[in-house]
Every structure is written in C-alpha cells, then in structure tokens.
Design a protein around this ligand. Structure first.
Ligand code: TXA
Ligand code: MG
Length: 322
C-alpha cells in the first residue's frame, strides 16, 4: 500500500525528512502532481528516472521556495529576473544557464549546460519547499509517456510502490504542466505552452516571444521529442460527429452529439465553454474515458486562444499516441 496523507504539518515534516533521506515523495502543485527528489542526491535523482521509466536524456525541473533560493543554481539575467518578479510563484518554468559551480547533480539536467527552474504557487508545494534546504527536482508524477496526474489517485495508479509518500491536496487547480520558457538563446522561446501565455510573457519582456521551438537548429528541450500525454485509447480531434462506440469529450454545448449517450461514455470539459475550467478537467476526463470498450475518444474543437493553446498542444500529443 502506498502511503497517502492529507497536507498537514506532520505530513509535511515527514515528507521533507523522506526527501532528505533520498526517498521519492509525490506532492501537489498548481499544475499537476510532481514526483519529488533531492536534487543534490544522485541516487535519489536516479530513482526518479527508474520509477517513471524516463529516458536519461530528458532533463528535470528544479523547484524552489523562491527566486532567492534558485539564484545559486541558475544564472538570472535582467529578463529572467523580470519574469520571476512577474510570474513567480506560479506556473512558469525558466530554462537558464547552469552556473559552472552548480551543486545540482548532472543527472538532474541530463548533463545539459542549462537548467529548468520553477517556483510553484500551490500552498502545499510552498510549505514543503520551505522545509528543505535543497532544490527538489520534480517531473510530473506519472509513468513516462502517459497522462500527467491531476489527482493523487492518478499518482498511485501510475507509480505505485516507487513513491514513499503521496501528499494529498485533491485536484490541481490549473491542471496542465507549467509553461516552459527557454531564455538561453537570442530570442525567448516557449518550449511547452501552459497557463502563462506568450502574450503575457512578451508584455513583461517588452519584446516578442517565439511560440514554438524553431524547426532548425539544436533541440533545446529533449522531452519534447518524446511521445507524451497519451491515453491507451485513440484520440480523435476536432470532432463534429460521433462514430460508433466512440466516447465524447465535449467542450461547451454538445448539442446532438451527446444525445442518448450513457454517462460513462462522455464528459464535458466545461459546459460553459470556460478554457481554464477545461484545462483543469482535461487529464482527469481523458483518464475516465480511457477504456477498452471505447473505439476512440472524440474531442470537440477547443478555441486556440489563451490557455486553449496549451490544451490543444496536449490533445495533439495525445492524438499522436504512443
Ligand atoms: O508543471 C510542471 O512543470 C510539473 C510540476 C510537477 O512542476 N513538472 C513537469 O515536469 O511537468 P516534467 O519533467 O514532466 O516536464 C518537464 C519538461 C520536459 O519537457 C523537459 O524536457 C523540459 O521541461 N525541460 C526541463 N529542463 C530543461 C532544460 N534544461 N532545457 C530544456 N527543456 C527542459
Ligand atoms: Mg511530464
């Protein structure tokens, strides 16, 4: 049995102690549940890759209580400081140069000369990070390639015994992984869209932000090469009708699409067509419809605006499959 505890002072103390001892602890963030390890402990970091079945070329994000604590582990230029002031704590990861004397174990960044740093805003994550005197590397707490967990039950189902403790704070409010912004090149590049949009980033920086990694040149985010976010069931996008035995993932008013469907065969991301609500529901609802009796999961169109861009990114990855 995996230990799961509600977020209370004693549980947080226990979680901090387990991390210090090299164990893996799953904890809630505003985006998704993270699988945490002490970023200064090579064996602990290796345990993350093993637990997730994660390729060793895919770097991890280091989590900190605040930007001050992150300063010893990443080189902040003026742009990075401005963005940290504007968006931290919150769902933004900055990819920055790694200082030569960084105490972070090489395995955490997959040997790269850069590091992804993030200061989450979820009160449970903040309370945990306040208790430790080391950075916490934390990928999403799922097996590599499958859907990210937005509920503690997803963590247990995906990772089971590899986790020493799961801190339970219920559903994650944002529901999609953090925006990853690479600040190490000539132009800032969003490597992974999220709740913090390119427009919001550009407004703070006072210059344009590239929305997709350039097709040419070196690959800046190895994780993006890999298949991600895929349920076992096929996913069909932009659905305007339903084929036999397909499940429906609706957005807004499904009209005749949902007519006569049993409750097990459809979910609505947001009956009122609210994109933030849809983002928060996305992974849990995909998981609920991921059943062998469904020929596919048919997803109604989602507007490509605001956090809808990130929702569609995850859906396209899901549709590409394994
Ligand atoms: O919201 C989140 O970011 C969650 C929560 C737990 O904080 N974490 C998360 O981690 O989504 P993970 O490992 O599932 O995704 C991290 C992404 C991967 O695509 C990885 O390749 C990229 O960030 N990444 C991390 N460090 C990088 C670096 N130095 N350069 C380029 N990409 C990096
Ligand atoms: Mg992940």
């Amino acid at each position: 049995m995996v230990r799961m505890l509600p977020v209370e002072p004693a549980a947080l103390e226990e979680a901090a102690g387990l991390l210090a001892a090299g164990e893996l602890v799953a904890f809630p963030t505003e985006t998704v549940y993270g699988l945490g390890a002490n970023a200064l402990d090579d064996a602990a970091v290796a345990r993350i890759y093993a637990a997730k079945g994660r390729p060793g070329i895919n770097p991890l994000i280091a989590h900190f209580f605040d930007a001050d604590r992150a300063a010893a582990y990443a080189v902040f230029d003026a742009d990075a400081r401005r963005l940290a002031d504007a968006f931290w704590p919150g769902p933004l990861t900055l990819v920055l140069p790694r200082p030569p004397d960084s105490p972070l174990v090489d395995r955490a960044t997959a040997g790269l000369a850069t590091v992804g740093v993030r200061v989450p805003v979820h009160p449970a994550a903040r309370a945990l990070l306040a208790l430790v005197d080391f950075p916490v590397v934390a990928p999403s707490a799922n097996r590599s390639g499958s859907l990210s967990p937005t509920l503690p039950a997803h963590v247990v189902a995906s990772l089971g015994e590899a986790v020493a403790l799961v801190l339970d704070a219920g559903p994650c409010p944002v529901g999609l992984e953090s925006t990853v912004l690479d600040l190490t090149g000539d132009v800032p590049v969003v490597l992974r869209p999220g709740a913090v949009t390119p427009a919001a980033l550009a407004a703070v920086l006072g210059r344009p932000v590239l929305e997709t990694p350039p097709a040419e040149g070196p690959v800046r985010s190895p994780g993006l090469l890999l298949k991600h976010y895929a349920p076992d069931t096929r996913v069909r996008l932009e659905a305007r009708h339903l084929e036999a035995d397909e499940a429906l993932l609706a957005f807004g008013d499904p009209g005749p699409l949902a007519a006569g469907l049993p409750a097990t065969q459809w979910r609505n991301l947001s009956p009122g067509a609210d994109l933030a609500e849809a983002a928060a529901n996305l992974f849990a609802m995909l998981e609920e419809l991921d059943r062998p009796e469904h020929a596919a999961i048919a997803v109604m169109p989602i507007p490509e605006e605001g956090i809808g861009v990130a929702i569609n990114d995850r859906l396209r990855r899901a549709a590409r499959g394994r």
